[in-house]
Design a binder for this molecule. Structure first.
Ligand SMILES: [Zn+2]
Length: 606
């Protein structure tokens, strides 16, 4: 089964790349661009920066202490995409492995002397994930043997003792290797890494132990905290351990942490992470749009976690969050040409940023998309995720198929062979055609935002509410189910406890968050307000749907002090201009026209 996550139990079973074939459309186009452009782009940059040369022994060694992991994530992408460059790159990696399985181009000679910051086990985690991907799509080869030797080395070195790595990911990688090989030592090693955390297992650092989730044991935490990518990778590994060991307490702990984090620490885009200084979650309701960090990798990690929780519980809310994050974080990061990327995904940009210096964005904190970064975790993470995105589309439950994410394509399971036709996310019509005679339940996710959806089949049409709309029966080739989701654009209000966006509204349409972008000719966004409830007119730009609404423009009277004794209104004495038009574009498309300002949250004109 060609699948990144294959639990041995759970309410839902995943359908992998061999059961779900995505055809051209919103995701199919991105999958193809990734395979044809982004994977080669990443490899070129890893050669140019010397990160691949490190494996050939070229000196001086170049790149940060975790740069090996980028080659491994690229290998994982190549494995899912069945990319022809994989064998040679895998051989380069294999030749650098030491006799006992140790493999790291930075720390060879001073092994495990800095577990807080060294990232050795983190790098193995990505190597093992690449190995599992290769095992499930191809079978044993030099890459899978390298990964197994590294995993065996880790088990020998770390099974006893109290140590773990500053950056999680080894946990879920080892559980997946256990699932792929049946060797129980990998599961036991993963379980011990999860349980050691927070005892504590690592030394004190200047950012504090919460930064790498070593402040309290995993099952005692109440919300995700600290470095967002670390927190979400650890939670994913904890779910994997819980599912394979039948540890319901641990699973429940992660479900509760997800619940609280989604309710209080998640941006409207699905993005996670509020602080730039340590790439971390903020406190509850600390969600500033202009200082949002929302790292691309944190979005990917959130999708990985939601998928695991969906498989374990069958709860539709996990698929809902995955949809939001797929469309508004994963789809936002890469440029339309697949050759540059956002690292951070803020929800407002006040000053147009110049193109990155020398093609590399050193700060990784905003501005325009960059072809590469000093810390370049995001591009290769995008590459492996897009290469395996079919795994998030559908699952099975017994003889049934559940479709969670809507994309044109074909889905096969048991007797059911289905073709999905849709223009989603631009159109709300999802047509599922049965290709062969057969029996089984067909379920379609109705997103939480879809308050007036209908399902038509067998000659009738009925309203369906959020959750899963099901149809059971004996199917004949040619039968159809048609889900109609309401795609009217809608105004979205924030919880009033989110101080940074109080008095603002956002606009969504289907699964897409919209934003205003000003690239020079449009109104200055600092002076724009809107009237929620007013019309949101649609404009088709090719297949892309843009929106337009009435804006109120006007800057407050100039003064030497931006505070006053009464409320600051947008009308009347501030020279407001009612009737101006404000164009809104899908957030994932912003920044493709050059330097621009942008905002998702728009002040309400009072
Ligand atoms: Zn990243």
């Amino acid at each position: 089964m060609a699948n990144p996550v294959l639990p041995s139990s759970g309410v839902l079973s995943p359908l992998g790349l061999d059961a779900v074939r995505i055809t051209p459309g919103f995701w199919g186009d991105r999958v193809a661009l990734n395979r044809e452009v982004t994977i080669a782009h990443c490899q070129e940059w890893m050669e140019r920066t010397g990160w691949i040369g490190n494996f050939r022994g070229e000196r001086p060694r170049r790149g940060r202490e975790f740069s090996d992991s980028e080659i491994y994530k690229l290998l994982e992408a190549m494995a899912w995409a069945d990319h022809p460059a994989l064998p040679e790159l895998a051989e380069t990696v294999a030749r650098a492995q030491e006799g006992d399985g140790y493999l790291n181009t930075r720390w060879s000679g001073s092994r495990y002397t800095d577990l807080e910051w060294g990232h050795e086990l983190y790098c193995y985690g990505h190597l093992i994930q690449a190995g599992v991907a290769r095992l499930r799509t191809h079978g044993e080869d030099p890459l899978t043997r390298t990964a197994v030797r590294a995993a065996d080395h880790v088990c020998r070195r770390f099974m006893e003792g109290t140590q773990t790595d500053g950056h999680p990911v080894i946990e879920m990688a080892l559980v997946e290797l256990y699932r792929a090989t049946g060797a129980e030592r990998y599961l036991e090693m993963a379980r011990r890494f999860v349980e050691r955390r927070g005892l504590p297992a690592l030394g004190e650092i200047h950012l504090g132990r919460a930064y790498f989730q070593d402040d309290v044991p995993v099952r005692q935490a109440t919300a995700f905290r600290g470095h967002a990518v670390r927190a979400l990778y650890l939670a994913s590994g904890a779910v994997d351990v819980a599912v394979e060991t039948g540890d319901e307490e641990l699973l429940k702990a992660i479900e509760d942490q997800w619940e609280r984090t989604v309710a209080r620490r998640t941006h409207v885009t699905g993005g996670m992470g509020s602080r730039h200084a340590d790439e971390s979650f903020g406190d509850d309701y600390e969600l500033p749009p202009d200082r949002a960090y929302s790292e691309t990798c944190a979005g990917i990690a959130s999708i990985m976690l939601s998928h695991r929780l969906l498989l374990a519980t069958g709860d539709v809310r996990y698929a809902d969050l995955a949809e939001r994050t797929l469309h508004n974080v994963l789809a936002t990061s890469p440029a339309l040409d697949g050759r540059s990327f956002f690292y951070a995904n803020p929800l407002a940009v006040r000053v147009p940023a110049p193109p990155p210096d020398g093609m590399v964005n050193h700060a990784a904190q905003g501005g325009l998309r960059s072809p590469w970064f000093d810390v370049s975790c995001c591009p290769s993470n995008i590459a492996r995720t897009l290469a395996s995105v079919a795994a998030y589309v559908a699952t099975s439950d017994g003889d049934g198929v559940r479709i969670h994410q809507f994309t044109p394509g074909e889905i096969s399971h048991g007797e059911l062979r289905l073709r999905v036709e849709t223009g989603y996310p631009w159109s709300g019509t999802v047509r599922v055609r049965v290709l062969d005679d057969g029996t089984g339940r067909i379920s379609l996710r109705v997103p939480a935002w879809a308050s007036s959806a209908t399902l038509a089949h067998g000659g009738g049409t009925r309203p369906v509410g959020p959750g899963y709309a099901e149809a059971v029966g004996s199917w004949r080739a040619g039968d159809e189910l048609v889900l109609e989701l309401p795609m009217e654009a809608r105004w979205t209000y924030p919880d009033r406890r989110i101080d940074a966006v109080r008095g603002c509204v956002a606009v969504e349409r289907g699964p897409l968050v919209y934003c205003a972008e000003s690239a020079g000719d449009e109104p200055p966004l600092a002076e724009v307000a809107v009237r929620p409830g007013s019309a949101l007119a649609e404009h088709a730009e090719g297949e892309v749907v843009e929106l337009e609404t009435e804006a109120v423009l006007g800057a407050p009277a100039a003064g030497s002090w931006p505070y006053r004794s009464g409320p600051d209104g947008w009308d009347g004495d501030h020279g407001a201009e009612p009737g101006a038009a404000l164009r809104l574009i899908p957030y994932h498309r912003w920044g493709n026209r050059g330097p621009a300002t942008m905002r998702v949250w728009l002040p309400v004109a009072d």
